[in-house]
Design a protein around this ligand. Structure first.
Ligand code: B12
Ligand code: SF4
Ligand code: SF4
Length: 402
């Protein structure tokens, strides 16, 4: 994503300016770009209802500075237009589907470099170029970094239309693309909004594993795997852990089932491809990472958001949901992890898998565990192990069967 610097004589008409800025955005490596006029949001009422219902779960930050989401002129008072950009992250030229027990459980946008970093830098370069070519123009770039209803804005520019899963969707590009925008004081020619392309399809609603799409265009974060695995801090409530299935970071189900994604793309962004050094990592490896290895492995990755303890918490839960006895030894090791949240979720996972080795590990840890919440979690896991139909009662001396 590098641009060749050229001097231009600033075009006078909004249409010419838009064509020029669009071509610069493509030079910066974006797949698509289009303009929207600055207007108050049409969706702010639906957004307020979403907050009122509590659909934002614990993301309190999203309800702040609502007047900025309502009208971007509360961000940049003289804003007249937004230049919206899209970056395709799946499928990617040269990238194959993930393998192993970890990476298929990581949302596709997150397997390579952090898009905030890639797109943020490209947008800043674009802003500099615009401000140099149009003296007096003021610009404000965003990529998921401020109080902006990015999908509504991009839909107004014609970059797609919101699907019933709430993602922005395009006939050619599907929905595996990321959004960014520049608010600017220049007048641009707005693109044409696209009409609904969902029709009578309800596949995303029907296939969401947790019912997080209770009705079209409404996502209930309290039930969304993406929310729990990326945004939620601390312990995962016991009642959601099984719902997370094998997902470790994010969730792509409502996009995987969308017919518009079957033939979409491809994008050509090597930075978004999964780096080879991360490819080898599996669930057990993730659970065992120390802080130094984590920093090395996840440098410039969007997976840093839940921090090491959040990723290990999620890895433990995915192992428990797989109910595979080969995970017992790494989970027993994780009972001694530095972070209590990791110890608690490892205990839960051992309770799910059960067996004598899991029981011995839990009992051994209980003898030395000093954190009360973790002691409770271990006792609850032991109750599940011993109430399991296959429980042999020979944990202390019994066979090594799991
Ligand atoms: C908070 C957030 C989340 C939350 C909540 C998601 C949500 N749907 O709101 C969680 C953590 C769950 C999440 C998950 C994901 N996210 Co997210 N997220 C955001 C963020 C920061 C804010 C979204 C927001 O404002 N939500 C509030 C709701 C109310 O807004 P909304 O979805 O736009 O909903 C509107 C519609 O429902 C609409 N509406 C109501 N009725 C009707 C009727 C019709 C006919 C229509 C058309 C619309 C409509 O009005 C609502 C109010 O505005 C944006 C970045 C940004 N600043 O916009 C990224 C963003 C939306 N996320 C993104 C991505 C990639 C994801 C995931 C795919 C990641 C993953 N694989 O795990 C999932 C997708 C889950 C899903 N189905 O949405 C991309 C989406 C790109 C795209 N093509 O759409 C964004 C734009 C980030 C970016 N810069 O690229 N995300
Ligand atoms: S991201 Fe997953 S859990 Fe969330 S709405 Fe989509 S399918 Fe459902
Ligand atoms: S799966 Fe169907 S309903 Fe859902 S977004 Fe795609 S086309 Fe629309």
């Amino acid at each position: 994503m590098a641009s060749a610097k050229r001097t231009v004589s600033s075009p006078e008409s909004p249409a010419d300016r838009t064509a020029l800025l669009r071509s610069w955005a493509l030079e910066e490596g974006f797949d698509r770009a289009a303009a929207a006029a600055i207007e108050p949001s049409d969706q702010i009422g639906a957004f307020r209802d979403w907050l009122k219902r509590g659909d934002h779960a614990a993301m309190a930050w999203i309800g702040r500075r609502i007047e900025r989401r309502e009208d971007p002129r509360n961000i940049l008072p003289d804003a007249r237009s937004a230049l919206c950009v899209a970056l395709q992250y799946w499928p990617l030229d040269g990238e194959t589907e993930a393998t192993g027990d970890l990476w298929p459980g990581v949302a596709r946008y997150a397997r390579g470099r952090d898009y905030h970093d890639i797109m943020g830098k490209a947008l800043k370069r674009l802003c500099r170029r615009i401000e140099e070519a149009f003296p007096g123009a003021v610009t404000r770039p965003y990529v998921d970094t401020g109080p902006v209803l990015e999908r509504e804005l991009a839909a107004r520019s014609g970059l797609g239309v919101q699907g019933k899963n709430t993602n922005l969707l395009d006939r050619t590009w599907g929905s595996y693309f990321l959004l960014g925008e520049i608010f600017l004081t220049l007048e641009l020619e707005p693109g044409e909004p696209v009409a609904d392309i969902c029709g009578r399809c309800t596949r995303c609603l029907d296939h969401c594993p947790t019912g997080a799409l209770p009705e079209p265009y409404r996502l209930d974060s309290r039930r969304c795997i993406s929310y729990w695995t990326i945004e939620h801090r601390g312990d995962l409530p016991a009642e959601v852990r099984e719902d997370l299935g094998e997902w470790v970071f994010g969730c792509d189900v409502c996009q995987e089932v969308c017919p518009w994604n079957y033939k979409a793309g491809p994008g050509s962004h090597p930075q978004l491809r999964q780096p080879s050094e991360r490819r080898e990592l599996d669930l057990a490896g993730l659970l065992a990472l120390d802080r130094e290895e984590y920093v090395r492995c996840f440098v410039k990755s969007p997976m840093k958001r839940p921090k090491l303890e959040g990723l290990q918490r999620n890895a433990a839960v995915a192992m428990g949901n797989r109910r595979d006895p080969r995970y017992v030894p790494p989970l027993v090791e994780a009972l001694a992890a530095e972070e209590p949240v990791v110890r608690r979720h490892a205990a839960w996972a051992l309770g799910q898998i059960g067996g004598n080795r899991a029981q011995r590990g839990l009992e051994g840890r209980l003898e030395v565990e000093s954190d009360e919440a973790t002691q409770r979690e271990i006792r609850a896991a032991l109750r599940r192990v011993t109430s399991h139909p296959a429980y042999s009662g020979e944990a202390q001396h019994g066979a090594e069967s799991a």
